[in-house]
Design a protein. Structure first.
Length: 396
């Protein structure tokens, strides 16, 4: 990181297109279709409004930050860089990004928690047109057949999952893989129970992990969750092999394609009745890297502002089943699309993963998923696993 900081003072973007038109370069990780094409169209439209062309490059998610850091070292950063909000702080720390107030970009009307996702040391470096989080999906027919109500508390979740488990299917599924996805899915249970990512071995954290262990030990959740990604969890749910799952709204388009599948969505269960579900805030922020050309940066700022306009926020949310970052827009969206109402509500209390630990969040995330793996396989008790997780998070 120190090397990057020393070298990022004056990067350079790409040149001009036909007839001398300035062409701004863009780097993101929207490789899948139709997402890639949808973003290309919007970027092109916003570029046209700003009087520039757009050259979009999309790379796999795991490749984006390493590539951007290499570009920072070689002074070849793009004019617009998209980052997962959890990566914003560690990238801003290198000095490679420009604060948005430098370009007069209006950051008003954004939810405070969402705005913090693009901030570092009190300055806003990135804006997210939309955000996401997770909730509890449930199979309406399976719950009705078993006479089970949608669980709202942890005890209700354990009871419901047990009742919904039978031959060829389980009651509950989560992503407990050895990846950051597992940490992401565990956070609602950690936070809603009063646990903190900077105190991973607290009694509240142990209780949250014990819940997952109990679900597996009782047979209500398959041991295969140790290897399931969020996509795999979705496939199990869609195939009727699990009655409930934790997942995000990006799964809704695929679920809607199956006309025989009757499903619903509810907030993630909490430890006690009346508690508030606190879920992680997901989504990508758009940033302006530091380059040699102030003129290109100003034009990139116009494109960034366009991407975050209320109208484009709504368009993107409808396309990707996400939550607009401006509460007023999100409220209208929830009225028009009731299936998104739970996610809009949850975003209101959602937290940024880097809120407490900043650039040290990845260490805690690694500790969390390692503890989940160890506890669910029975190698360690939840307390032993989280003691190790705390040492990983603090570097001790």
């Amino acid at each position: 990181m120190a090397l990057v900081l020393a070298l990022t003072g004056c990067g350079a973007g790409a040149g001009s297109g036909q007839d001398g038109e300035t062409t701004l370069t863009v780097l993101d990780y929207y490789t899948d279709e139709p997402e890639h094409t949808q973003w290309d169209r919007l970027l092109t439209a916003c570029g046209k409004d700003a009087g520039v062309g757009i050259e979009q490059t999309s790379v796999p998610p795991a490749s984006l930050v390493p590539r951007a850091l290499r570009q920072a070292s070689s002074r070849t950063l793009p004019d617009l860089l998209m980052l997962d909000n959890a990566d914003l702080q560690r990238f801003a720390q290198t000095g490679a990004l420009s604060p948005l107030d430098r370009y007069g970009i209006d950051t008003g009307g954004f939810a405070e928690g969402i705005l913090s996702a693009g901030s570092y040391r009190g300055k806003v470096y990135g804006l997210a047109p939309y955000v996401s989080t997770v909730a509890l999906f449930y199979n309406k027919d399976m719950l009705a057949e078993a006479g089970v109500s949608v669980p709202r508390t942890w005890d209700e979740l354990k009871d419901a999952a047990a009742e919904l488990t039978g031959a060829g299917h389980y009651g509950m599924a989560v992503d407990a893989s050895a990846t950051f996805e597992s940490s992401w899915q565990f956070l609602p249970f950690l936070w809603s129970g009063g646990g903190r990512e900077d105190r991973l071995n607290s009694p509240q954290a142990v209780a949250a992990l014990q819940l997952w262990v109990d679900l597996v030990k009782s047979g209500s959740m398959s041991k295969s969750v140790l290897n399931w990604t969020q996509a795999d969890v979705h496939d199990q749910f869609a195939a009727g092999r699990t009655a409930m799952m934790i997942n995000g709204p990006w799964r809704i388009p695929a679920l809607e394609k199956d006309e025989k599948l009757r499903w619903g969505v509810a907030t993630v269960p909490v430890p006690r009745a009346g508690g508030t579900a606190i879920t992680p805030l997901g989504g990508e922020v758009w940033t302006i890297p530091r380059t040699a050309s102030s003129d290109r940066q100003k034009k990139a700022a116009k494109v960034l502002a366009c991407l975050n306009s209320p109208a484009n926020m709504l368009t993107l949310a409808e396309q990707h089943r996400t939550v607009p970052s401006r509460p007023e827009v999100a409220a209208r969206y929830a009225e028009d699309d009731p299936t998104m109402a739970v996610f809009v509500e949850s975003v209101g209390t959602a937290r940024v993963r880097t809120a407490r630990l900043g650039v040290e969040w990845p260490r805690a995330a690694t500790g969390i998923y390692t503890a989940v793996q160890s506890a669910l396989t029975g190698k360690q008790t939840p307390k032993e696993a989280l003691d190790d997780a705390q040492r990983t998070a603090t570097g001790d």
